[in-house]
Design a binder for this molecule. Structure first.
Ligand code: EPZ
Length: 420
C-alpha cells in the first residue's frame, strides 16, 4: 500500500492540466457495449477505475485496448452478461453495464454493489426504471438478474425520485434500443450526463433534452461505432483550484470547461480567491486567510458533492466558522475525523459539518477513507506545519492520475512512497 508524504508551507505556482472526466469515461466505456462494433474514446485518463471497467468489459467478451489516451472498445461479440461480485465490489460504477446489457443482450446479471465509505449506494431507481421499460428484475444471492421481454425493452415514461447520476445513465442507455419512445423525468444534469448523451447520439441514438430535467429517447434497432473525446474532469480541476488557493498561486488549471464549475468558482471567490477564467482554463491566486463560507451539496448545477471534502479542508483554516451540508450521500464526512487529527475543529451533526477555522493545521499520519477524502487530506498536508503521511493512496489512484507528481510540479514538497 503506497503513501504520500507531504511537507507543508510551500507556495504553489504554475500550470496543471486535467484529464478526461473519470465519471464520464467509465460510462462511455459501458455505452460502447450497445453497438456490435469497435468504438474509440479519446482523452481517457490513466486511472485505476478505468482499468477495472476494462476488466469488467473483458469479462463480457469485449476487447479493450489502449493506445496512449485512446481506448478502442470492440463489443462486436459479447460472450457473457454477468458482472461478478468481485468486480462490482471493487468499483460500484460497474453497475453501468446493466442498462446496456439488458438492451443489447436481453439480459444481465450484476452483483449488487455493496455500500462504501460514503453511503449505502442503493440502486432501487435503476431497478424500478428498468422494470418500467419492461424488464423483469429478480434479486437473490447478492445478485440482480434483469431480463428483457420477448422483442426487447419497450419505451415508457419514467420519473426518477431523485436525479440520480447512475440511474439516469443506465436508463438512457437502456432506452436507446427500446421499442418506441421513453421519457425520463427528473434526470441528473451533470456535465458527464451531457457527455454520455453526445456519445450515444454519435452512435446513432435519438436523444433530446440533455442538460434539462427531462430526456426523451426514441429507440432504434441498432447502434453503430463512434469516436468521442471525454469531457475534461471538472472535479480534478476543482481539486487543483483548491490546491492553488491553499498554496496562494497563481496556479492555472487547464483542460476543462470552467462553466462546469460555476458554483465552485463562485464559492472560491466568496472565500476571497481571485479566479480568472479563459477558454478551457482557470487561474486562481490568493493572498490571505480564507473567509468562512457555507456550502451545501446538491445535484448539478448545485455544489458538487465530489468537491465537498476539498472545500472542507479549505474551510478548516478559514477565519471563522462555516457549515458544510452534505445532501447527496448519507455518510460523506468520514475523512473529517482524519482532518481533525491534523488539528481541524469539526463537529458533525447529522448531515451538517460545523467547521471552526483554526490558524494552522499540523502534519500527522492520516489515512485515506475514500477517493475525494484522500485527496482532501493531501491538500491539508500542503498547508500543515510539518510532515503529513497519507496512507492508502490507492483510493486516490482511482480518480487522480499522477496526483503527487502534478502537485510537485506546482512546487509542493511531496513524494509518493511504497510501503510494502
Ligand atoms: C456518481 O455516483 C459519481 N460516480 C459519484 O462520484 C458522484 O458523487 C455522484 O454521481 C453524485 O454526483 C460515478 O459517476 C462513477 P447517484 P452515483 O446515483 O451514480 C442515492 C466520485 O468521487 N441513490 O447520483 O452512485 C445514492 O445512494 C464519486 O467520483 C438511491 O438511493 O450517484 C446517493 O445517496 C463518488 N437509489 C444518491 O442517490 C438509486 O437507485 C446519489 O447517487 C441510486 C442512487
Amino acid at each position: 500500500m503506497d503513501s504520500i508524504i507531504v511537507r507543508g508551507g510551500r507556495q504553489l505556482t504554475g500550470e496543471v492540466s486535467v484529464g478526461g472526466a473519470k465519471n464520464s469515461a467509465l460510462k462511455l466505456m459501458a455505452a460502447a457495449l450497445l453497438a456490435p462494433a469497435t468504438s474509440h474514446i479519446d482523452g481517457v485518463p490513466d486511472i485505476a477505475d478505468v482499468d477495472t471497467m476494462a476488466e469488467v468489459l473483458g469479462y463480457l467478451g469485449v476487447r479493450v485496448s489502449r493506445q496512449g489516451q485512446r481506448l478502442s472498445i470492440d463489443a462486436s461479440r459479447l460472450t457473457g452478461c454477468e458482472a461478478p461480485y468481485e468486480m462490482v465490489a471493487k468499483m460500484r460504477a460497474s453497475i453501468a453495464v446493466l442498462g446496456p446489457l439488458v438492451a443489447r443482450f436481453g439480459r444481465a446479471r450484476v452483483a449488487m454493489p455493496g455500500g462504501c465509505a460514503i453511503g449505502s449506494r442503493k440502486i432501487d431507481m435503476h431497478i424500478r426504471g428498468l422494470e418500467h421499460l419492461g424488464a423483469k428484475v429478480t434479486l437473490g444471492h447478492g445478485s440482480l438478474d434483469a431480463v428483457a421481454p420477448e422483442g426487447g425493452l419497450v419505451g415508457a415514461e419514467v420519473t426518477l425520485e431523485f436525479p440520480s447520476v447512475g440511474a439516469t445513465e443506465n436508463l438512457v442507455m437502456a432506452a436507446t434500443l427500446a421499442r418506441g419512445r421513453t421519457v425520463i423525468d427528473n434526470v441528473a444534469r451533470e456535465p458527464e450526463i451531457i457527455d454520455l448523451v453526445r456519445f450515444l447520439r454519435s452512435m446513432g441514438a435519438q436523444i433530446e433534452g440533455e442538460g434539462t430535467s427531462a430526456l426523451s429517447i426514441v429507440g432504434v434497432r441498432e447502434l453503430h461505432a463512434a469516436k468521442h473525446r471525454v469531457v475534461g474532469d471538472r472535479i480534478e480541476a476543482g481539486t487543483y483550484l483548491v490546491a492553488g488557493a491553499l498554496g496562494l498561486g497563481p496556479v492555472t488549471v487547464s483542460g476543462f470547461d470552467p462553466a462546469h464549475l460555476d458554483l465552485v468558482i463562485a464559492k472560491l471567490r466568496e472565500v476571497g480567491c481571485t479566479i480568472e477564467v479563459a477558454g478551457d482554463s482557470a487561474t486562481v491566486s490568493f493572498d490571505g486567510r480564507p473567509r468562512p463560507v457555507d456550502i451545501q451539496t446538491l445535484p448539478h448545477p448545485g455544489f458538487p458533492t465530489d468537491m465537498q471534502a476539498q472545500f472542507m479542508t479549505l474551510m478548516s483554516v478559514a477565519g471563522g466558522g462555516s457549515i458544510i451540508t452534505e445532501n447527496v450521500f448519507e455518510n460523506r464526512f468520514m475523512f473529517a475525523g482524519e482532518l481533525a487529527r491534523m488539528g481541524a475543529d469539526i463537529r458533525i451533526e447529522g448531515h451538517h459539518a460545523l467547521v471552526k477555522g483554526v490558524t494552522h493545521l499540523s502534519g500527522a499520519p492520516v489515512r485515506s477513507t475514500d477517493l475525494r477524502g484522500g485527496a482532501a487530506l493531501v491538500l491539508a498536508g500542503l498547508i500543515a506545519q510539518g510532515e503529513t503521511t497519507v496512507r492508502d493512496v490507492h483510493h486516490i489512484d482511482r480518480g487522480y492520475e499522477c496526483f503527487a507528481d502534478k502537485l510537485a510540479a506546482l512546487g509542493a514538497d511531496i513524494e509518493r512512497v511504497s510501503c510494502t
